[in-house]
Design a binder for this molecule. Structure first.
Ligand SMILES: Nc1nc2c(c(=O)[nH]1)N[C@H]1C(S)=C(S)[C@@H](COP(=O)(O)OP(=O)(O)OC[C@H]3O[C@@H](n4cnc5c(=O)[nH]c(N)nc54)[C@H](O)[C@@H]3O)O[C@H]1N2
Ligand SMILES: Nc1nc2c(c(=O)[nH]1)N[C@H]1C(S)=C(S)[C@@H](COP(=O)(O)OP(=O)(O)OC[C@H]3O[C@@H](n4cnc5c(=O)[nH]c(N)nc54)[C@H](O)[C@@H]3O)O[C@H]1N2
Ligand code: SF4
Ligand SMILES: [Mo]
Length: 712
């Protein structure tokens, strides 16, 4: 067949000129300055006038024009019959997809049609503000997203303690003098649940004002080079460490609640919770010396401006919910919550919390059919997806809509999901690529994206270290036979319900007009570099959304989860635990098709400490086995990972048949999620616990092994 990118009408070229817009590839939302000449981008750099990013840009931002021009990118709908893909007209495709979804729903019930929304869904205002209409029209309880292999524990803690999933404390990095970072690597990730473009400069500024940056991680990461202090910590043991810090703080009477004293409940309960976890008791488990912990606790409590911040390393592990709770507790009892230089809350121009009511219930309203895991904020944990597809019975998933997601590579036991997708009655993917997941779709609906869409970052202005706003116009016009994401969502919704939905720009404008700064799309559009509303401000108790209007330091579900943590102290840790490695020139699973990001040595390697190597040598290809799968990957011996830990990046595994990713296929690598296990979860939140997965290493086609305990 003809190549789809080559076969349809051309888009009009953009006028020559300099364009300003925000990059929407990651949470940093950097301002960009883009020069177009003769229809091509001739220069792309950071916008020095952006009030948040001040000219910062990373290699992925530089690759935006490559994405735009990628010959593998899809622009018109594709329909699969067997292994053969053919193009469809948009109307024909939308009619067909709506009819098939309706048919499955009518035959098997609404829950038989599942949805999976992946990470770029929250990075596109078009999708963010219009996908909801389709979800509502489908009316299925089987809604899944990447949240439950990511930040679900943060939302859980926010809900239980402050009353809303999106009351997420953000480090006031520009005014702090002491930043404790656990399980985050902002030098690679560019910051997460901390929109802080140019984080390197912000960390440097802390050091230059005489402050401290203390990092704990099982791997001495790129970020360690920018810290004043680094300590290894064993994977999955952070909750013990945090309880150890609280233990010292209470034992030595260092607690202070500051302006929150009169609105905080549960101080005595957290004091009792921390009492059994002396520094000496947790030292052996965490690998952090008791004296180090004790000194850190004292200094953190004494510092006038300090913040504890923990990200995905503290979330995608077996005690993610406890970790995120304990981080908030630590900040609160040392007077560092809702305080300058501490963990603060934003006031975004478009406020996703604007319509939130006090005391709303956000989780546990229903459960997954097979395993009985509770819903959170209208979603079920994605570890249940495969079993819901393969276990017969009423409510079994028979059709799937994927939106901006690649769960075959991004969710645990992706190989099992891969097989399950092949058995669905119908699948549609709203996605610009034919990749490891969308190859199973019967229809792919590719939206315009990147430099072609307007954008306002409704999500990440809410999670930013400063209150700013920036509206972006598209740079490139689209061709007559392309569609925007919202046109796809509203087109399907209209066919399913007979009702036309609201276009995102209207929703955005309404939100901006009713937001705290009473602005509008028009007003922001006139300020192409963005608008600055200043640093974060204390906002408790006004912004608290708990039923009581008070801050709950000791929510019952958290206290009830502590015995699980204590019991785990009695079981032996695995000899080899697997962790992930995010890379600056990757974006989860989907930017490996960009030549400029793939230069240099192969990156999908398994890092192992030389002390654990036995007979294995650097560069040797080894077999890594877990309970659910095996991958074969080259070893990289390095003392940057702690003994007992192996580290493999996620998002690779492009060697599967039938994908159309010319460059990525040459750098295929293996998928770490062929090793991770849907049975490993944080029992408190239902989040996937991919980090800490026990693995063993084997010479290819031989019997010797590293990592097998005597009991195996
Ligand atoms: N083992 C392990 N697994 C992990 C992680 C880990 O650290 N370790 N990290 C987890 C995390 S934090 C996340 S967020 C997930 C990410 O995993 P997913 O949510 O599955 O997201 P991606 O892998 O980034 O895949 C994005 C998909 O969206 C498509 N896409 C890109 N831009 C657009 C767009 O503008 N519109 C549409 N419609 N589609 C678009 C891409 O083609 C691709 O198919 O992975 C998780 N998986
Ligand atoms: N370049 C690039 N940027 C990205 C992404 C990307 O794929 N590429 N993805 C984006 C997304 S979707 C997200 S969610 C963010 C994530 O942003 P971050 O959370 O900053 O991401 P990571 O680099 O995975 O950092 C997690 C760290 O936790 C460590 N870790 C693993 N297990 C444990 C543990 O048990 N305890 C402790 N203390 N540490 C542990 C890992 O070694 C790693 O250094 O990044 C975003 N930014
Ligand atoms: S840090 Fe993120 S937002 Fe900034 S240029 Fe890179 S990918 Fe884009
Ligand atoms: Mo993520």
């Amino acid at each position: 067949m003809t190549h789809p990118a080559a076969s349809h009408s051309a888009a009009p070229l953009p006028a020559d000129g300099v364009y300003f817009r925000a990059c929407n590839l990651c949470e940093a939302i950097c301002g960009l300055q883009i020069t177009v000449q003769g229809g091509r981008v001739t220069d792309l750099r950071g916008d020095p006038l952006d009030p948040l990013s001040h000219g910062h840009i990373c290699p992925k931002g530089t690759a935006l024009p490559d994405l735009h021009a990628d010959p593998d990118r899809l622009k018109r709908p594709l329909r699969r019959e067997g292994e053969t893909w053919t193009e469809m007209d948009w109307n024909e495709a939308l009619d067909y997809v709506a009819a098939r979804l309706r048919e499955v729903g009518e035959q098997h019930g609404a829950d038989a049609v599942a949805t999976f929304q992946g990470n770029p869904s929250v990075h596109n205002s078009g999708t963010l503000l219009s996908a909801g209409s389709l979800l509502k029209a489908l009316g299925s309880r089987n809604r899944f997203t990447a949240t439950s292999i990511d930040q679900l524990p943060h939302h859980f803690a926010g809900t239980e303690m402050f009353g809303h999933p999106f009351l997420l404390p953000i480090p006031d990095i520009d005014r702090t003098d002491f930043m404790l970072i656990m399980g985050a690597n902002p030098l690679a990730s560019n910051g997460s649940i901390m929109t802080a473009p140019g984080v390197q400069g912000r960390l440097k500024a802390i050091r230059e004002r005489g402050g401290r940056v203390v990092l704990l991680d099982p791997r001495r990461t790129e970020s360690a080079d920018h810290a004043t202090e680094f300590h290894f910590i064993r994977p999955g043991t952070d909750a013990y460490f945090l309880l150890g810090l609280l233990n010292v703080i209470f034992a030595e009477g260092l607690e202070r609640l500051g302006h929150l004293a009169d609105v905080t409940d549960g101080l005595d309960a957290v004091r009792s919770a921390a009492a059994p976890f002396s520094p000496e008791r947790v030292e052996e488990r965490t690998g952090v010396a008791a004296e180090t912990l004790r000194a850190l606790a004292r200094d953190f409590a004494a510092a006038p401006r300090a913040v504890a911040y923990g990200r995905i390393g503290l979330s995608i592990q077996e005690f993610g919910g406890l970790c995120q709770w304990l981080l908030n507790v630590l900040n609160t009892v040392t007077g560092h919550l809702d305080a300058e230089g501490g963990a603060m809350f934003t006031r975004p121009a478009f406020d996703l919390l604007a319509r939130a009511k006090r005391g709303e219930v956000h989780h546990g309203r229903y459960r997954s059919r097979v395993r009985g895991l509770p819903e959170f904020d209208g979603e079920l944990p994605n570890v249940t997806m495969t079993e819901e597809m393969t276990t017969p019975g009423e409510g079994q998933i028979r059709a799937l809509v994927t939106v901006a997601g690649n769960p075959v590579l991004s969710t645990p036991d992706g190989a099992a999901l891969d097989r399950a997708l092949a058995g669905l009655d119908f699948m549609v993917s709203i996605d610009p690529y034919l990749n490891e997941t969308t190859r199973h779709a019967h229809v792919i609906l590719p939206p315009a994206f990147g430099l072609e869409v307007s954008h306002y970052d409704a999500t990440f202005h809410l999670l930013a270290v400063r209150n700013t706003a920036r509206y972006s116009r598209p740079v490139f016009p689209i061709a007559p036979d392309q569609r925007f994401d919202y046109q796809i969502f509203l087109g399907l919704t209209e066919r399913l319900t007979g009702k036309a939905g609201t276009v995102p720009e209207q929703r955005l404008d309404f939100g901006l007009r009713h937001g705290p700064y009473r602005t509008s799309v028009e007003e922001l559009d006139a300020q192409p570099h963005g608008v600055d509303y200043g640093p974060l401000q204390p906002c408790f108790p006004e912004r608290l959304l708990t039923a009581s209007g008070r801050l709950n330091l000791a929510p019952a579900p958290m206290l009830a989860d502590l015995p699980r943590l204590t019991a785990a102290l009695e079981t032996a840790p695995p000899p080899l635990a697997l962790i992930g490695r995010r890379q600056l020139r990757s974006n989860n699973s989907w930017m490996h098709n960009t030549p400029r990001l793939m230069r240099g040595p192969a990156r999908c390697t398994l890092q192992l400490n030389p002390a654990d190597a036995g007979e294995f040598v650097d560069g040797q290809v080894v077999e890594v086995r877990s309970r659910v799968g095996t991958v074969t990957v080259p070893l990289e011996l390095t003392d940057t990972v702690m003994p007992g830990v192996v580290c493999l990046p996620h998002g690779f595994g492009h060697g599967r048949a039938g994908v159309r990713l010319g460059v990525a296929q040459q750098h295929a690598g293996v998928s770490v999620n062929d090793l991770t296990d849907t049975a490993r979860i944080d029992a408190l939140t239902g989040n996937a616990a991919v980090n800490g997965t026990p693995v063993t290493l084997h010479a290819v086609a031989a019997s010797e092994a590293v990592g097998e305990s005597a009991a195996d």
